[in-house]
Design a binder for this molecule. Structure first.
Ligand SMILES: Cc1cc2nc3c(=O)[nH]c(=O)nc-3n(C[C@H](O)[C@H](O)[C@H](O)COP(=O)(O)O)c2cc1C
Length: 170
C-alpha cells in the first residue's frame, strides 16, 4: 500500500565517521520546518544506520543523481560500512559536522539530531540543518536544474528521473 505514495525521491543517508562511516538509501525523507530548517527521516531499527545515528546524533542527507544509481542500489540493499568498498563514491569532509559528505552527490545536507520518536516499525529522526554544500550546476538561480538528473524511486528495482520540461501555472 505504501507504494501508492510513489514515485518518491531517493536520498542517501550518511552516518558515522572514519572507518565506521556508513551510507544507506532512503525514500522516507521530508522537510519539516523552514526556519530553523529541519529535516526528518524514517529509519528502521534493523538498519546499521540506525545504530550510527543514535550513537553520533548526526547524519548527512545526500542528493544522488541517476548517474549514481549503482551505488544507491548497493547502499539500499547491503548492510554496514563494508559496503563502501564496493561503492564508487568519494567521502569528503562536511562543513559543520563530523559525518562526511559524498563528493559525487548533487547536494549534501548536514543535520544534527534534535529529536527521535518511534512510529510503528521505524524511528523518525529529526535533524536540524547546520551546514550544506551543493554542485553549482545542479541548482541554478535558486532552482534545481533538471538536467542534473535528480533520482526518484518508482517501485522496488525501478527508478526514474524528471523530464527536463517546466509546466508554468501562469
Ligand atoms: C530506494 C530505497 C529506499 C529505501 N528507503 C528506506 C527508508 O526510507 N528507510 C529505511 O529504514 N530503509 C530504507 N531502505 C532500506 C535500506 O536502505 C537498506 O535496508 C540498507 O541496506 C540499510 O543499510 P544499513 O544497514 O547499512 O544502514 C531503502 C532501500 C532502497 C533500495
Amino acid at each position: 500500500m505504501h507504494r501508492l505514495m510513489y514515485p518518491m525521491r531517493t536520498y542517501l543517508i550518511v552516518s558515522g565517521k572514519g572507518e565506521e562511516t556508513n551510507v544507506m538509501a532512503a525514500d522516507w525523507v521530508t522537510i519539516l520546518s523552514h526556519d530553523p530548517l529541519m529535516i526528518g527521516v524514517a529509519v528502521s531499527p534493523r538498519r546499521y544506520t540506525h545504530r550510527l545515528i543514535t550513537k553520533y546524533n548526526e547524519f548527512v542527507v545526500s542528493v544522488p543523481s541517476l548517474d549514481m544509481l549503482r551505488d544507491v542500489w548497493i547502499a539500499g540493499t547491503k548492510s554496514g560500512p563494508a559496503k563502501l568498498k564496493e561503492m564508487s563514491i568519494t567521502l569528503v569532509p562536511s562543513m559543520k559536522i563530523e559525518t562526511p559528505s559524498i563528493h559525487e552527490a548533487l547536494a549534501n545536507i548536514e543535520c544534527r539530531v534534535v529529536d527521535n520518536k518511534e512510529y510503528g516499525d521505524h524511528t523518525f529522526f529529526v535533524g536540524e540543518v547546520v551546514g550544506w554544500s551543493h554542485k553549482r550546476e545542479a541548482f541554478k538561480d535558486g532552482k534545481p536544474n533538471l538536467k542534473a538528473k535528480f533520482l526518484a524511486h518508482a517501485a522496488w528495482t525501478d527508478f526514474v528521473t524528471f523530464e527536463d520540461k517546466i509546466y508554468k501555472t501562469e
